[in-house]
Design a protein around this ligand. Structure first.
Ligand SMILES: Nc1ncnc2c1ncn2[C@@H]1O[C@H](COP(=O)(O)OP(=O)(O)O)[C@@H](O)[C@H]1O
Ligand SMILES: [Mg+2]
Length: 365
């Protein structure tokens, strides 16, 4: 794969020590054919990592088939994975290959393996051991040449202890374990991920990338991100779509996920209610300037740029508003061309300042 063929969507970004360790492991396993077990909460990047592993392997020119085992009922999952022959069950009107056959020569990513019922686990174990499948209702044994990557959001080892996951299957899957930490445990990744997603969005639209205010960055850093990177990606997309003023301020986040119950306060002038022993200093003047700037931007937005109306909303004189707009730099905000580039790595730059891997880059290192 040439660098030009690599899409921005294929980038795995991270600069935390934990993600660097993951990148290092992926580099080490490089061209291995062994089964990989990727664990991590929903949204931590299991699928994108599985794709990266596939694209970095010798199988990269063959299919990558991802299937969520959580999506199918106990009866459907077997036909989904192994296929069926005509007449195998009501509604099976023709022969249909399963995902294993479709992935032949390539990689299958069995996501949500922790949702596979025990009855099905024994059948998966057989595939892992024999590398053959049998279609539902069929009599033929079909060999499959497939590399298996499994994804789990639960601790499979604990599930084994609880009797909910077969121990033999667990050991067959857990050959090369990759543990993706939740985003709240690798907060250093938040700014690079944020910059990455915003840059990707504005590249697509061709618009100038806005600057991100410090208060927004701090709000992102404070938030718990229960939905992990997926939630962060959605939040970035949302602010990219709603911010029209050249600089993303807390005011742009009004409808944002950031201020849902359980999150931090929406008032940009207030610091997070941290524990006394964790209290960090806040620069009052900066925060007040930012609040002022947010409120002026808001008033200009709702008054469609009509300064007299905006001044009325803010209950100040029009001339005062003019001065403050100039002081906050809002008169220039539509021309902001300065961009804050995310730290995203190209394959060539990987050995040094690792902040990310592109799909296809692991084997190159
Ligand atoms: N480290 C990362 N760098 C860039 N994008 C990421 C990263 N981790 C996750 N994503 C993106 O977040 C979204 C959710 O990731 P996904 O791999 O589907 O998570 P999971 O399979 O663990 O639920 C995807 O759009 C993915 O591309
Ligand atoms: Mg997933």
């Amino acid at each position: 794969m040439t660098p030009a063929a690599l899409s921005m969507d294929s980038v795995v970004v991270g600069r935390s020590a934990r993600m660097r360790a993951v990148f290092e492991f992926l580099r080490v396993i490089g061209n291995s054919e062994s089964t990989v077990l990727i664990t991590g909460e929903s949204g931590t990047g299991k699928e994108v990592t599985a794709t990266l592993i596939h694209q970095s392997s010798r199988r990269k020119h063959h299919p990558f088939v991802a299937v969520s085992c959580a999506l199918f009922s106990e009866t459907l999952i077997e036909s989904e994975l192994f296929g069926h022959e005509r007449g195998a069950f009501t509604g099976a009107i023709k022969d249909r290959p399963g995902r294993f056959e479709l992935a032949d020569g390539g990689t299958i990513f069995l996501d949500d393996i922790d949702d596979v019922p025990l009855s099905m686990q024994v059948k998966l174990l057989r595939v892992l051991q024999n590398r053959t499948i049998e279609r539902l209702g069929g009599t033929r044994t079909v060999p499959v040449n497939v590399r298996i990557i499994a994804g789990s959001k639960r601790d499979l080892k604990q599930m084994v202890v609880d009797g909910r996951f077969r121990e033999d299957l667990y050991y067959r899957l857990n050959v090369l374990p990759v543990a993706l930490p939740p985003l709240r445990e690798r907060r250093e990744d938040i700014p690079v991920l944020m910059a990455h997603f915003l840059q990707r969005y504005f590249r697509r639209t061709g618009e100038d990338e806005p600057q991100i205010s410090d208060a927004v960055k701090q709000a992102f850093m404070r938030y718990g991100w229960p939905g992990n990177v997926r939630e962060l990606e959605n939040a970035c997309e949302r602010i990219a779509q709603t911010c029209t003023c050249g600089t993303v301020r807390v005011g742009c986040l009004s409808a944002s996920i950031l201020f849902r119950a359980g999150s931090q306060p929406a008032d940009p002038a207030l610091p997070a209610p941290s524990q006394p022993q964790q209290a960090a200093p806040i620069a009052l003047d900066d925060r007040l300037r930012e609040l002022e700037s947010n409120l002026i931007a808001w008033a200009l937005k709702v008054s469609n740029g009509n300064k007299s109306r905006a001044a009325e909303l803010l209950q100040i004189k029009r001339s005062t508003l003019g001065d403050r707009i100039a002081r906050c730099g809002l008169d220039r905000s539509h021309q902001v061309g300065e961009t804050s580039r995310p730290e995203t790595m190209t394959p060539a730059s990987l050995p040094d300042g690792d902040t990310g891997l592109r799909r296809g880059s692991v084997a190159d290192c």
